[in-house]
Design a protein around this ligand. Sequence first.
Ligand code: FMN
Length: 229
Amino acid sequence: MRDAVVYYSNTGQSKAVADYLADRLGYPLADLQESGEVQYENLVLVFPVHCQNLPDCVKDFLKKAQVERLTAIATFGKMCCGNVLYEIQRHYQPNVIAGAYLPTKHSYIKADDAFCDFDELEPIIDKIRQPFSIVRLPKLYKNPFSNLYPKLRSRLGVALRKTADCNGCNLCRAACPLGAISSGVPDGRCIRCLKCVDACPRKALQVRPGWPLKLYLRKKKDSKLRIYV
Ligand SMILES: Cc1cc2nc3c(=O)[nH]c(=O)nc-3n(C[C@H](O)[C@H](O)[C@H](O)COP(=O)(O)O)c2cc1C
């Protein structure tokens, strides 16, 4: 059993937060997809909100993890953070001592201002260092349609195509959390998390949001950092 900051990140936003927290706390940093560890004394878990839900691999991890004290940080692209922290405490890990919804750049918006000031996470760091006490996470608004084929909606909303620069090296496949792409061609399991786009050394994958998604992304932004300690 040990202390760690574990992250799941597709476009680097959650990883940047995890890097900062690991540095401040002096905890080792681990990628959820590479870490085989399941037992933790203090676990800080950082992950993105996907379609107002927990990503599947985060759910799988939370199902098998044995955690004495969990701090959960959900990064979101200023659209809607859903209710993922409440869901974690209710369905997976009751021992949550702190949590935050942290607004970041949206994976599908190129030009966007980056993070809130990381210094604002100080109450979280303080809470982790204090004696154990559970925090009650509130139930927030979640669009009732968010559970309706979220992966299919992502796939329909964002076109992902390989360009002539692809040399078939398949680093995209190695990076994909679902193994849902081969030589630059995504299959029906792809959720457009864009990890492959970041992983491609030749920048050979092109992302184009469709017009319904573009309209959705023009909605009023929610830039509020919510901290629970
Ligand atoms: C498939 C997918 C679904 C997303 N759904 C939401 C959402 O419902 N609400 C939101 O505010 N941001 C959403 N985002 C944006 C990410 O939550 C946000 O950009 C996050 O910081 C990305 O973290 P990462 O770079 O660590 O992967 C979504 C991004 C992806 C790729």
